[in-house]
Ligand binder design. Structure first.
Ligand SMILES: [Zn+2]
Length: 71
């Protein structure tokens, strides 16, 4: 897998950083901590990015999603 430049720039950005032009919103996943994770698919490189917070005290963050998204 290889993220395109726009996705690379997205990684580890805080949640208030808007998704780049190629990111299309997909599933919303319920996390173990009871929060929501938002999955975005990139139309440029085909990789998925996830926007989520690890726990309530952590601000949400952009993270590359490796492999297929879980449920
Ligand atoms: Zn991309």
């Amino acid at each position: 897998m290889s993220l395109c430049d726009l996705c690379m720039a997205q990684v580890d950005r805080p949640g208030h950083f808007p998704p780049h032009a190629g990111l299309v919103k997909g599933a919303t996943i319920r996390t173990a901590t009871g929060g929501n994770a938002f999955v975005y698919r990139c139309e440029f490189c085909g990789e998925a990015m996830m926007l989520y917070a690890a726990d309530d005290d952590t601000p949400d963050r952009w993270t590359p999603l490796k492999g297929e998204p879980g449920r």
